[in-house]
Design a protein. Structure first.
Length: 454
């Protein structure tokens, strides 16, 4: 809106200057057509036309010396005009200092700014060059502002999209964390259950060991095994708990002992049969040789031998049953130990897989956190770029405002000069050639009474 209003004033000023002087070319066509094809025509006043609402007496207050050099103003003897000119020069030089935003300009833009500054700092300003430079600068500003707006819109859209992506990613991460927490609780529950099962199996194994120890002690007492052999058997039983091979060897040893007991039983039975046959032969021989007393004695010996044989048979039967029971318990214990080992292996495999999965999830979460941190850094960079762009745009607007104020001042001085010229022309209408500006200044400096009277 500011650029449109300033351009409208420039076009109106140039049309009025062209109506007053035919030597000044029309620069309105060089200005940027920011209105499109429906551009309004500019009304050009006629020479000598007096705008309504402005008295003719106000023209006397306009001083031409505001547009000439300082030495000419001092030669006129007008200290007010000299002070105004010096003040204007100081303001122009202050406004012509390089702005901070010019550091980001390219070579072409710096050339435009240098040309603008050189034109504005001149004592006698060429309005044609000023307006041409302003036109080029306005075009540059329009393109720059549009580019910055497009970049800002694109950056804002990208920023919004990144925010949406980050929000969705955070929601997904929260869901995954909830799933991981549930999986961790499930793993802890399974570990507790397996620990309970393991404790139960340990208690069962201890009970089995107690039973096996009792049976081993019974066998040792039955077979007459010494305390050292019993200690060795206990050591073997303890080793069988740690190794399945030791248990197998112990079972084989127990089986060999049962076979030895069977062989001993068979040998004793054979000995008993031989002894019985011998007794029967001796009894027959005794019957043949001795009387009833001898027969009763031999009969009592035979009965004692039979009773002893029955006891041996019963003990052998008990030992055999105990050996079978012990072998059965050893086999069951080996099966349970194998099942425990399988369960422990499966549990270790499951825990290892879960640890790998948790490690992968942790790595993925760390990558996502790094991505979110990178997005936040990009957002901060985008915000910094937007702030820098706004600062540059503010500098451009301030600079353009200063240039517009200066152009307005030059237009006022130019109008004052034209009014002064028309006033001089009207004063010389009585006769004689119209005095020039130089002669008018000379007459003032030399104290010409005719010029002062006019």
């Amino acid at each position: 809106m500011l650029l449109m209003s300033a351009t409208t004033r420039h076009a109106t000023t140039m049309a009025r200057r062209n109506s007053a002087s035919a030597e000044v070319e029309d620069l309105s066509a060089s200005l940027p057509n920011i209105w499109g094809k429906h551009r309004k025509a500019v009304a050009v006043p006629r020479p000598g036309h007096q705008p309504q609402g402005r008295p003719a007496d106000d023209l006397d207050s306009i001083r031409y010396c505001g547009l000439v050099r300082a030495e000419h103003a001092s030669s006129l003897g007008d200290p007010e005009s000299t002070g105004l000119l010096e003040e204007r020069k100081q303001r122009v030089q202050q406004a012509a200092k390089p702005a901070q935003s010019e550091d980001a300009m390219g070579e072409a833009e710096r050339e435009i700014a240098t040309l603008m500054r050189s034109q504005l700092t001149a004592v006698r300003v060429d309005p044609t060059e000023v307006l041409r430079t302003l036109s080029r600068l306005i075009d540059y500003f329009l393109v720059e502002i549009q580019t910055k707006d497009d970049a800002h819109a694109g950056a804002s859209a990208e920023y919004e999209q990144r925010l949406e992506d980050a929000a969705s990613e955070i929601a997904r991460l929260k869901g995954e964390l909830a799933d991981l927490e549930a999986a961790r609780q499930e793993v802890e529950r399974r570990v507790l259950e397996e620990q309970g099962e393991k404790q139960t199996l340990k208690e069962t194994i201890k009970e089995m060991e107690g039973v096996m120890k009792d049976q081993a002690e019974a066998m040792a007492n039955a077979e007459g095994i010494s305390a050292e052999d019993l200690a060795r058997l206990k050591v073997q039983l303890s080793k069988a708990r740690a190794s399945a091979e030791a248990s197998r060897k112990q079972a084989e040893e127990m089986q060999e002992k049962m076979l030895a007991a069977e062989r001993a039983k068979r040998q004793e039975e054979a000995t008993f049969r031989e002894k019985r046959g011998q007794i029967e032969r001796e009894l027959k021989e005794f019957k043949d040789n001795f009387g009833p007393e001898k027969v009763n004695e031999l009969r009592s010996q035979l009965e004692e031998a039979m009773t002893e044989l029955d006891q041996v048979k019963d003990q052998l039967r008990k030992n055999k049953m105990a050996g079978r029971q012990q072998h059965k318990l050893v086999v069951e214990w080996k099966i349970k130990v194998h099942d425990i080992e399988l369960k422990l292996t499966e549990q270790n495999t499951t825990i290892h897989d879960q640890e790998e999965e948790l490690e992968k999830r942790g790595t993925h979460i760390a990558d996502l956190k790094a991505t979110v941190a990178q997005l936040q850094q990009d957002i901060k960079k985008t915000q910094s770029l937007l702030n820098q762009t706004n600062s540059q745009l503010t500098d451009y607007v301030e600079k353009y405002t200063r240039q517009t104020a200066y152009v307005k001042q030059q237009e006022g001085m130019w109008k004052a000069m034209q009014a002064k010229q028309r006033l001089l022309l009207s004063q010389t209408e009585d006769g004689g050639p119209p005095p020039s500006i130089t002669s008018h200044k000379t007459s003032h400096s030399g104290g010409d009474t005719s010029g002062a009277g006019a």
